[in-house]
Design a protein around this ligand. Structure first.
Ligand code: ATP
Ligand code: MG
Length: 509
């Protein structure tokens, strides 16, 4: 049980409700996946609901394009929200809440500029000072707030708390400000919008959220979250208020999980969009070959804590590898090719190769061969010690799914081997009993039918592309990554293949 579950189970568990509250101002990244898994998995565990709520309080940054993408990503991860809500659905209600604060004497309209407000804020050592507008009458505040909402003035509404509070966020925070821009949901209906910190507790309350989970940077915001709810909602009438609980952000070695940073990469053209396979966005990871199962499993392994930490990239890769090992079909690809040609009497045929030895569904494919193969350069040596298990001049090796061959000759141009010539053992074809021994098995591609493919490899934001030869089946479309035998997992992406993750152990053929 993690610490959040302990908190939940220490209280009334009869009407639990959760939410995932993204701002539709960008695409989701791996960090968001942690918050999604946390909230939806809790809902699942306690047999209750979890809403997807768009925290859309800033029309300058938000759009339906982002909102739609977020819905897609949540569904892709395998979760179905109980309701899809929008903070903008509550704008009228939130406005009434603000008026109520004014009537209670808990909020005031401030005509100061943002610089003036900042100047009077004080700092960690020094208390702030009251604004000259702090003691306006309720009637005047209501009238000014009405004007703010109708768009005729551009001042702000502030909560009236305590300019000497040690928590700077409690020094009369701004709760409403004018924004002169159309909103993607409410159009031009509103000219003033609630601040996130004010809208959030109210939205949670509206949706009967019991546990409002957020990342640690919101810890200092919690007193204002509670202040807002305490001022507005009488718990003896409405029951307990939502409770904010903070957990640590997900940080993964080699990734910068910040929407703002990722947005910069897109806007400055460093990457080719939010779904660039180098991006740690869910869309980018998907193009890279990450599966929802791998990501969910990773989030579960990372767990929930209150302490910031850096998760090793190998944990993420391990989760992906485990999943792909189970679901990926195997194909043969030669990256650094030399020719292998069988001399003498040799008939073309086909190898029947298992698609995935790890899968419970047995399936195989036919791969044609002739006497002309591509093999990996590193799989042939003129001389080698006993440990070398591949093809050595004068020695045997099994061509996967075909037969055992013996290297008898080779050609070299300027010291670089280009072709090896082999004889074959006619009684050594797959399925035959033979006394011929081969130390290892190597993979190959038929030179007559090879398709040339491009492989993209990534290192942070660097991308390198190499070409390789593969089986003809690689012309097909693939929705899941494929294991290129001995090379790793690759995800087809347009006319090239993105490296997803390497194989754990090197080939022991
Ligand atoms: P960023 O900080 O990357 O710009 P954000 O916090 O602004 O992201 P929101 O749309 O506000 O993005 O986030 C929605 C939810 O996802 C919030 O509850 C937030 O705490 C959570 N979240 C964002 N980043 C992470 C992360 N790295 N790890 C865990 N949860 C995160
Ligand atoms: Mg945020």
């Amino acid at each position: 049980m993690n610490f959040i579950e302990e908190i939940i189970e220490s209280g009334d568990t009869s009407n639990l409700m959760f939410r995932f509250p993204p701002e539709p101002n960008g695409h989701l990244h791996l960090g968001h996946a942690k918050a999604i898994c946390l909230n939806f998995d809790l809902a699942h565990k306690y047999k209750t609901g979890c809403n997807l709520r768009f925290d859309d309080t800033n029309p300058l940054a938000e759009s339906t394009v982002f909102a739609d993408s977020i819905m897609e990503d949540v569904a892709w991860l395998g979760y179905r929200p109980t309701e899809v809500e929008e903070t903008s659905n509550y704008f009228k209600f939130i406005q009434r809440c603000a008026s109520q604060l004014i009537i209670q004497g808990d909020a005031y309209m401030d005509d100061s500029t943002s610089e003036e407000i900042a100047e009077l804020k004080g700092d960690l050592e020094n208390p702030g000072s009251d604004s000259p507008y702090r003691n306006r009458t309720i009637a005047e505040n209501l009238e000014e707030f009405r004007k703010l909402c109708e768009g005729s003035i551009k001042t702000v509404l502030r909560a009236k708390i305590d300019m000497a509070d040690p928590n700077l966020l409690m020094r009369d925070p701004v709760i409403y400000r004018s924004i002169d821009a159309p909103h993607h949901n409410t159009g031009t209906d509103f000219k003033a919008y609630p601040m996130y910190d004010f809208a959030h507790p109210i939205s949670d309350w509206k949706e009967d959220i019991t546990h409002s989970l957020c990342t640690l940077e919101f810890e200092a915001h919690r007193p204002f979250y509670n202040w807002t709810l305490d001022k507005l909602f009488d718990t003896s009438v409405f029951g307990p208020n939502p409770r904010q609980i903070e957990f640590s952000r997900l940080n993964v070695q080699g990734f910068t999980l910040s929407k703002r940073y990722l947005k910069e990469l897109v806007e400055e053209g460093v990457v080719d969009g939010w779904d660039d396979p180098r991006m740690p966005t869910l869309k980018g990871l998907k193009r890279r070959g990450f599966t929802p199962d791998a990501i969910r499993n990773f989030c579960e392994k990372v767990g929930i804590s209150k302490r910031e930490s850096q998760i090793e990239r190998s944990l993420l890769d391990g989760c992906l590898r485990d999943d792909l090992n189970k679901i990926s079909e195997r194909r043969m690809v030669v990256k650094d090719p030399i020719k292998l040609t069988i001399v003498g009497d040799f008939k073309p045929g086909f190898a029947a190769l298992e698609n995935n030895p790890e899968s419970s569904i047995i399936s195989a494919r036919k791969v044609n061969y002739s006497e002309q193969f591509w093999i990996e350069r590193e799989d042939f040596r003129v001389s080698a010690n006993k440990k070398y298990k591949r093809l050595k001049l004068g020695d045997n090796v099994r061509l996967k799914g075909v037969c055992i061959v013996k290297a008898v000759d080779y050609t070299e141009i300027d010291g670089i081997i280009t072709e090896v010539f082999c004889e074959h053992y006619p009684d050594s074809f797959s399925g035959m009993k033979t006394d011929v021994k081969a130390k290892g098995t190597i993979h190959w591609v038929n030179r007559d039918e090879a398709v040339e493919i491009k492989l993209n490899h990534f290192d942070g934001l660097d991308k390198g592309t190499i070409s390789a030869f593969g089986e003809p089946l690689l012309r097909l479309e693939y929705e899941k990554p494929v294991q290129f035998v001995r090379h790793g997992y690759y995800m087809k992406d347009g006319d090239s293949w993105n490296h997803s993750v390497s194989l754990k152990s090197s080939y022991n053929g």
